[in-house]
Design a protein around this ligand. Structure first.
Ligand SMILES: *Cc1c(COP(=O)(O)O)cnc(C)c1O
Length: 339
């Protein structure tokens, strides 16, 4: 194993042994290959560079208490990438190819999988790009699917601590009939100003309302929204929200804890002051408990119990499965044998 300062590596790119790639030409995928090259030979007119024909994924591998390496719900990432690619009229790897390449690249970089107990994990980043040279706006005929891994530190250095978030008032992340439900780089381009401005002012994240009416809660910059109130786990139903795998898992865990799950429109003005707990959820942090939400339209702060009782229980329940401390009764983890 590499000797890295696992607790302090943060969330940046760390060079590993290799990445894995597979190319699509003449209507079919070729053989995946490992390479230590961190650069791509890419045509200057590739569709991904000019017209955003690019979709990506994010997953994590955890070294468990029993020493085993566990990949969390990777088939969900494979399906979501296929859905995102379909939206952009791109060829996508099959679920089988996707998972097989994930396993291969993780095995080849096993010495970068952080040890148990450090809170660090191995982040897996699958990326699919159009590579055909085009000048007009069209879908590519050639694609590159690649996966790199990089060790990432614990999200919470100071424990499971509350965050401050801000209601976004100047920007929309995704249009009601746009690409919000696809994991495309373009959505991040749309939110980069809002995110930078929020960070500048000391907020960890920004909350978006629906772009059409500014009436319903959509999601945070790169994390889904959920709230707890009166025995219910409440999360927005919206076409412009990215279907978070963490959120999907939390819904199940909430039910396990006896909460009722409400997947519905959430009217901001009517409900924002009524929640007991509010959380941002995603692969990076599992749950970031929201302590305070600042509303710049009203110059008003909303406060929540953070970390609240249910957020804390769900956070531990999910991490216990990821680290092999609890029985994986929903079949969410895939053990990478032999590393
Ligand atoms: C990736 C992503 C999330 C989190 O999804 P997970 O599958 O839980 O990691 C939430 N919102 C957006 C916009 C995302 O791109």
């Amino acid at each position: 194993m590499k000797e890295l300062d696992w607790k302090n590596i943060g969330f940046g790119y760390v060079k590993t042994n290799c990445n894995i790639r597979c190319e699509f030409h003449n209507g079919q995928w070729g053989e995946p290959y490992l390479t230590s090259d961190e650069f791509l030979p890419l045509h200057i007119a590739a569709t991904s560079l000019h017209y955003g024909q690019e979709v990506f994924e994010g997953a994590k591998v955890f070294r468990g208490v029993d020493g085993k390496a566990r990949l969390f719900r990777i088939e969900e990432n494979a399906r979501r990438m296929k859905a995102s690619a379909d939206y952009l009229l791109m060829a996508a790897p099959s679920e089988e190819l996707f998972i097989d390449m994930c396993e291969k690249v993780i095995r080849a970089n096993a010495d970068f999988l952080p040890p148990y107990g450090t809170g660090a994990s191995l982040y897996v980043r699958p990326l699919l790009i159009g590579t055909t040279a085009e000048v007009g706006v069209k879908t590519a005929r050639d694609y590159m699917f690649l996966i790199f891994v990089t060790p990432v530190g614990p999200y919470f250095k100071n424990g499971f601590a509350p965050i401050d978030v801000v209601l976004e008032k100047l920007h929309d992340r995704a249009a009601p009939r746009g690409t919000g439900q696809a994991k495309v780089g373009g959505n991040y381009a749309a939110s980069i100003q809002a995110g930078a401005f929020a960070h500048e002012r000391g907020f960890s994240n920004e909350l978006y309302l629906d772009a059409a009416e500014q009436k319903y809660i959509d999601e945070f910059g790169a994390a889904n929204f959920f709230a707890i109130r009166d025995g219910a786990y409440i999360t927005p139903l919206s076409r412009s929200v990215l279907g978070s795998i963490t959120n999907k898992s939390l819904r199940t865990l909430a039910e396990d804890l006896g909460l009722r799950v409400e997947d519905r429109k959430i009217e901001y003005e009517k409900e924002i002051a009524t929640f007991d707990e509010v959380g941002a959820c995603g692969t990076a942090a599992v749950i970031s408990p929201v302590g305070r939400l600042y509303d710049p339209n009203k110059d008003k702060w909303y406060e929540y119990d953070a970390p609240g009782k249910y957020s804390t229980m769900m956070f531990h329940a999910l991490q216990d499965i990821q680290y092999g401390r609890a029985e994986d009764k929903h079949g969410w983890t895939r053990i990478i044998e032999g590393i």
